[in-house]
Design a protein around this ligand. Structure first.
Ligand SMILES: Cc1ncc(COP(=O)(O)O)c(C=O)c1O
Length: 400
């Protein structure tokens, strides 16, 4: 990089960090490597034909409108469907006027950070937390603080203690209550109630990020935090990335607080004017067929459930004694902790040499130097690949 370019960069952009996962994914792109690293859905399950037919219909029937600029809020019929879908799946009663369509939830995270965060503002997250959210908050120079989470989610007593003792008032509480990335664990109903209560007591807005809620393989759905009485300031993010296809880049923010909505809308305008008119209409056409999305999600769940079970059984046969790992009821990931002095970042090159990849846990942790954890994705490999991949991981582990 020339020194001229360096001298032109904003102070803010000097702190931008490349995503640790994207760097690993570059290495794992070769077909010989079985990758548990990315968060990719299974491509063979994308409803390609149905989406091709939806795209053909959209272009044949609404061609010029689908190719024209559109409203920044999003395509009205899709916002109407999203409002119904969110109410039916999460219990959050929301009107179409409260839905802002975004180019992926990742854009939602960026927009929320953009309107709320000044340099040095505190954002509270579960520890460990989703890397893309950490990247978005840090891009606005926020101080991210990770609070302990266990198999039931973030600890409300620790949250309360932090809020009582923090000299600066935190700006935002970021939570992934369903099948969290990276751990796969969910926040229990009791904890959701307690966390919402503490946040309301301290007037702390919640950002609830829910890309995985519909991918449930066991247990009953738990209502969204945003649906709780008193959680009107909660911003709720949903996406079609994991239930349909991430390449569509169609997602939404539900914001019942009008001031938040209006500010997000202006932030979106300066970012990309609006989400693609074409892909919004393709998604709307796809979901408009009664029962189609539900049947598709049911088939995803049955395939992913089997993959999760295969990985759990393979880990039980393979990981060293004293290892622990989560048993997620849904989503795409599980999270393991190796015993003793294991450093999973040091293990990764050996795993890649054995032709298997995972994500070392360290970058997901906020403010702690945790080296013995790793994230494993089970959605993007067949059961046969999972068995072979975990056996290769076993070889890498025994090559220490
Ligand atoms: C917790 C979480 N939030 C947001 C995203 C981004 O999703 P999208 O494809 O909708 O941008 C992901 C993607 O893996 C995620 O795991």
């Amino acid at each position: 990089m020339s020194s001229t370019a360096q001298s032109l960069f904003s102070t803010r952009s000097a702190g931008f960090k490349p995503s640790a996962i994207r760097e690993i994914l570059k290495v794992t792109e070769t077909p010989e490597i079985i990758s548990f690293a990315g968060g990719l859905p299974a491509p063979e399950l994308f409803p390609v034909e149905a989406l091709a037919a939806a795209a053909a219909d959209v272009l044949a029937e609404d061609g010029p409108a689908a190719l024209q600029y559109g409203p920044s809020e999003g395509y009205r019929p899709l916002r109407e469907w999203i409002a119904r879908h969110v109410a039916a799946t999460t219990g959050l009663s929301v009107r179409p006027e409260e839905i802002l369509i975004t180019a992926g939830s990742q854009q939602g995270l960026d927009l929320v950070a953009k309107i709320l965060l000044d340099p040095g503002d505190i954002v509270l997250t579960e520890n460990p937390a989703y890397l893309g959210a950490l990247q978005a908050f840090r891009a606005y120079e926020a101080d991210v603080v990770g609070l302990s989470a266990d198999s039931e989610g973030m600890d409300p007593a620790e949250l309360r203690h932090f809020l009582l003792n923090c000299p600066r008032r935190p700006k935002l509480l970021y939570l992934v209550p369903n099948f969290q990335n990276p751990t796969g664990t969910s926040t229990s109903l009791r904890r959701r109630a307690e966390l919402a209560e503490v946040a309301a007591e301290f007037s702390l807005p919640i950002l609830e990020d829910d890309p995985y809620g519909s991918l449930r393989y066991a247990g009953a759905a738990v209502p969204a935090l945003a649906s709780r009485p008193g959680a009107a300031d909660c911003l709720y993010l949903g996406t079609v990335s994991k239930i349909l296809a991430p390449g569509l880049r169609v997602a939404w923010i539900a914001a019942r607080n009008r001031a938040f909505y209006d500010r997000l809308l202006v932030a979106k305008q300066s970012c990309d004017l609006h989400t693609s008119s074409l892909t919004q209409r393709i998604v709307e056409r796809y979901v408009a067929a009664p029962g189609r999305l539900g049947a598709h999600i049911a088939s995803l769940c049955s395939v992913y459930r089997a993959r999760r079970d295969t990985m759990l059984a393979a880990l039980a046969r393979t990981l060293p004694a004293g290892s622990r790992w989560t048993q997620p009821d849904g989503g795409l990931f599980l999270w393991a902790r190796l015993p003793g002095g294991w450093d999973t970042a040091a293990l990764l090159p050996r795993a890649i040499a054995a032709q298997v990849a995972f994500v070392p846990g360290a970058p997901f942790w906020v403010g702690t130097d945790e080296r013995a954890t790793l994230r494993l994705n089970f959605s993007n490999s067949t059961p046969e690949q999972i068995v072979t991949g975990v056996a290769r991981l076993g070889q890498a582990l025994s090559a220490r």
